[in-house]
Design a protein around this ligand. Structure first.
Ligand code: ZN
Length: 213
């Protein structure tokens, strides 16, 4: 039997001062106790919001009274997944999606120019590639189980921010945001994405790993 491929970490690091969605509380990490200042141990104080860095969205993020992070089915985040490359320089639209033939139950991860571009910017990139609302509807119609995107939101900053979330979350498609595929080639992978156990969470930061199949 051949050796399995190594796991690749496609999460971004949680760090003090990292940028996030404009208007959401920033990530602030301070040293509560520190051996460098004579304390017996190191303890960090972390202030962040439920949609920080690499994270998941629960339907409750946009839709009151719907599923929370407690309801996440493990099958949505553990199992085979496909990384596909999007060439469109504006958004993920039905025309390009049709060629990729999304399948029922699929975990689909989108690599766009965000991976090598937006993450390197010093401040939030408002022009990131997002899923157009028509693209979101197409994914729902195909019966996709999970979508992953390589910047902070499935919807755009200027357009389809609310609409795309409503379409996907309304169909209980589980969403992973804030992935980085800069060093990942399109293809078939195993996926493990485990969000922190945030009770009744509308979203939660997650560690996300993939491994070539
Ligand atoms: Zn989110």
């Amino acid at each position: 039997m051949s050796k399995p491929s190594p796991w690749l970490d496609v999460s971004i690091p949680l760090a003090n001062g990292m940028h996030g969605w404009p208007g959401n509380p920033p990530t602030v990490i301070t040293m509560h106790l520190g051996t460098a200042k004579g304390d017996v141990c190191n303890v960090s104080a972390i202030n962040f919001n439920s949609h920080t860095g690499t994270h998941m969205d629960a339907p409750l993020h946009f839709l009151p009274g719907t599923k929370t992070m407690d309801d996440l089915p493990w099958d949505a985040v553990i199992g085979p997944a496909r990384v596909v490359e999007i060439c469109d320089k504006e958004a993920i639209k039905p025309a390009e999606l049709k060629k990729l033939k999304p399948r029922k139950g699929e975990r689909l991860l989108f690599k766009t120019r965000n991976s090598a571009g937006s993450w390197r910017k010093k401040s939030f990139d408002k022009d990131f590639i997002y899923i157009a609302k028509e693209g979101a509807q197409y994914l729902v119609d195909c019966g996709v189980q999970t979508v992953g995107v390589d910047y902070f939101s499935v919807g755009g900053f200027y357009q389809d921010g609310i609409e795309t979330h409503h379409v996907l979350l309304g169909a209980e498609v589980w969403i992973i945001e804030g992935l980085n595929f800069e060093h990942v080639k399109p293809g078939n992978y195993d996926l493990i994405c485990l969000p922190i156990k945030f009770h009744k969470g509308d979203g939660a930061p997650a560690r996300c790993l993939i491994r070539k199949r």
